[in-house]
Design a protein around this ligand. Sequence first.
Ligand code: NAD
Length: 537
Amino acid sequence: MTRVPLPVNDPNRSYLPGSPERNELKARLTAMAGERIDIPIVIGGREIRSGQIGHVVMPHDHQHVLADWHMASTEHVSQAIAAALDAQREWASRSLEDRAGVFLKAAELLTTTWRATLNAATMLGQSKTVIQAEIDAASELIDFWRFNPYFARDLYDEQPISTDAASNRTEYRPLEGFVYAVTPFNFTSIAGNLPTAPALMGNTVVWKPASSAVVSGYYVMRLLEAAGLPPGVINFVPGDATQISRVLLDSPDLAGVHFTGSTAVFDGLWKLAGENLSRYRSYPRLVGETGGKDFIVAHPSADVQALAVAIARGGCEYQGQKCSAASRIYVPRSLWPEVRDRVVAMMRDMRMGDVSDFRTFLGAVIDGKAFDRISGYLDDARRNATVVQGGGVNGETGYFVEPTLVETSDPGYRLLREEIFGPVVTAYVYPDARWLETLKTIDETSPYALTGAVFATEHAAVQEATNALRHAAGNFYVNDKPTGAVVGQQPFGGARRSGTNDKAGSKMNLLRWVSARTIKETFSPPREYRYPYMSEE
Ligand code: NAD
């Protein structure tokens, strides 16, 4: 058995003025903004151009086209399934060390020569600021590719007991068939992890990236090829989601779905899999990390400044487009005026605009559809609640939404229940004496259970919140914002309508991509069918 060294989390670079990483990134941003790339479908290692073209624009400058990408037809999807099935025998027969080598090498490339490229693609294509791109497209993806081999080794080490008479072992086989990876726009690291985690375990994959994140997705694909990923192990098929999913979920060889995105889409995939169940060769593994309505609850003993910073950062970073973004807050009346004023001051101070300007704190939201959806919620807030700060939108050059703080006195208000996916934080102010009732309200308000945070300096209050909110969040934070999970430190995922909680970047997730075979070898097989006790006295 070989050992994989305990990985260390990739340190974020500083990008301080004058630093080499800043100069390199600036140069890459300028170069990328000055080109318009052509993105093919990649099946079995071959680039295919369908001629049916989609465009990727910069969300903060929506007339600026970054790329033309070729959409996969149903025929291409069938070819991708065939390529994945073809590649599987050879790939699965490799040792774990050999497969892991590809992803460890990819991590090394991303740490060094590919870092600026993936960060620039994520900044321009998904409108992330420098720090948001760095923690996602660089550090988190590097961590996935370094920690997963370590967790896989750990899993392989779990073996049954052997005796003098027989040896027993567990073989961690990949699933029989192919895995379908469907990835969201908001994290390049998730886009990289969903196809590669099953591939590490010996599976082959058909990967459909989000249309609005095809640029960073394509660079991830190219990076994996540069790291030595064999043709057909991961097949890159951007295109019409419904059409593509139908072909893949109709295939008897579907072995698993690795999804991150909205709850409604995952429900649709699960239903389709259910309808097709009897035609599959195996029960497919359905892994989905979905929506959130993440909370921060403050106890009267909370540190007001730490709380205000958590609300401002947790609610507004990446324009509130993190599944873990703080979007409902519960603050005691005694603290509210102070908390409100500090959050408002921070929100007013946040610079919004082009992410290539490193002073920017917020870029634009991803596309016109998101812009309209968030605008609708803001209209609702103007009619039915109090907009304390922000509420403005401007879609002229880019899809910009101001950091917004809304206050409501109705604990069942829509903006406290539904996922908005924009920089909108809704506050419910509770009477200090109703702390325990408020915890119950938080638990029962929204169908999601992804992340949540409690702020308190009294430890008894932390305990009360931790117990009362046991099932309200899969990632629970004490005196910290509910975003920013780090691979290996806070395995990530939520329950209830937030997903299957298979904890990306952990052994729990990898377990879903193997189907164990137990092998017993007996050294001295019995040669007599009768048992000794059967003989006459
Ligand atoms: P989305 O559901 O719109 O899209 C996700 C993926 O599904 C994309 O590739 C999309 O093309 C595809 N898709 C869309 N319609 C489909 C269909 N009918 N059939 C099959 N595939 C389809 O989500 P998004 O806007 O890209 O991402 C935001 C959502 O993702 C939010 O709800 C957020 O909370 C969630 N998210 C969750 C986590 C988590 O870990 N829980 C992490 C990131 C994002």
